[in-house]
Design a protein around this ligand. Structure first.
Ligand code: MG
Length: 325
């Protein structure tokens, strides 16, 4: 009996020791790759990532910290976050084009936080126009700094607006070449015209000769409907992998009432096809898509009274999928 107690004590002590160890080292998570149209892990098993995007870093820098990432990972059950590195002209303060070092510092806080929390992170070049030189410089730096980490996914163009697919494709090929010269394998997300809705054009003229790339589809459920899902299905039928790197349950303006019915149709569509999805966004503007109220802390600990309804619903969906409720 005494021996058994000692053994039990030893076991408990060694368990405590290993827990302490895992807290001081970043958890190791599976590398991702693309097999056909499916995101998979290193064993070839299908992976569906679900999570949320931060808002533009230049407008909501206060949320760009490791503590908020930890909260989103643990309390929301997200397995991916997206850091949206802003490129902007009207209010250039803190944008990458105006203050690149500060921008990289803020983005890095979220990336480092994701690595420490053991979740995936999308490094998103949040532009609406082609900025080839800026993008090449930025992704060379990011691939050098983070290419070794399985956590990192590069998103090289948030939402092209007026550029043609031919131009976006040419831009993408150049940026992909810069990344691949440094990092041979991490997944790269590629945008397409009209806010990532022209998947039918992508389907017929895909980027060739590069592995581990996926194409982004963005939807706002109250605005974008069946036609966009049909384009997505067409792209999949042509072998083009899809990642929903931005979406939400209201209009494309980010405002107006939630449409839960249409949002559910979209989420079912994605889940049935094992497509990863991200909801927009961690910010505190007075609009439907902003998850938080200005009274919310910058570092997580968000209770229902500081969350908007899109946040409360998104958190519930993520927690259900993560088996937290
Ligand atoms: Mg790599």
């Amino acid at each position: 009996m005494k021996l058994l107690t000692s053994l039990l004590l030893l076991t408990l002590l060694s368990m405590t020791a290993s827990c302490t160890k895992s807290e001081t080292h970043a958890p190791i998570i599976p590398s991702l790759k693309v097999d056909g149209t499916q995101l998979v892990n290193e064993n070839g098993e299908a992976v569906v990532l679900r999570g949320i995007s931060y808002g533009w870093h230049n407008w909501w820098p206060r949320f760009y910290n490791k503590e908020s990432v930890k909260w989103i990972a643990e309390d929301w059950g997200a397995d991916v976050v997206r850091a949206a590195m802003g490129i902007h002209y009207e209010e250039p303060e803190l944008t990458y084009n105006a203050e690149p070092e500060k921008a990289v510092e803020l983005i890095s806080k979220v990336v480092d936080g994701a690595i420490e929390s053991g979740i995936y992170v999308i490094i998103d070049f949040h532009s609406h126009h082609i900025e080839l030189d800026l993008a090449k410089k930025f992704f060379a730096e990011m691939a050098t700094k983070y290419g070794e980490y399985p956590n990192v996914i590069y998103e090289i163009f948030n939402e092209p607006v007026e550029d043609s697919w031919e131009d976006v494709k040419a831009y993408s090929e150049e940026v992909i070449a810069v990344i691949r010269a440094i990092d041979p394998d991490n997944v790269i997300l590629v945008g397409n015209p009209h806010w990532d809705q022209d998947l039918h054009l992508v389907a017929d003229n895909q980027i060739e000769g590069v592995s581990n790339i996926m194409y982004t589809l963005h939807y706002y459920a109250a605005t974008h409907g069946e036609y966009l899902r049909e384009r997505g299905d067409y792209a999949l039928s042509k072998g083009a992998p899809i990642f929903i790197s931005e979406s939400a349950g209201m209009e494309a303006s980010g405002d107006g009432p939630m449409d839960y019915e249409k949002w559910q149709i979209w989420r079912d569509w994605a889940e049935e096809r094992k497509i990863s999805w991200i909801t927009w966004s961690v910010s505190d503007k007075d609009e439907t898509c902003s998850f938080l109220k200005p009274s919310a802390s910058s570092t997580g600990g968000w209770t229902d009274d500081v969350m908007n309804e899109s946040a409360i619903a998104t958190r519930r969906f993520l927690r259900e999928k993560a088996g937290l409720e």
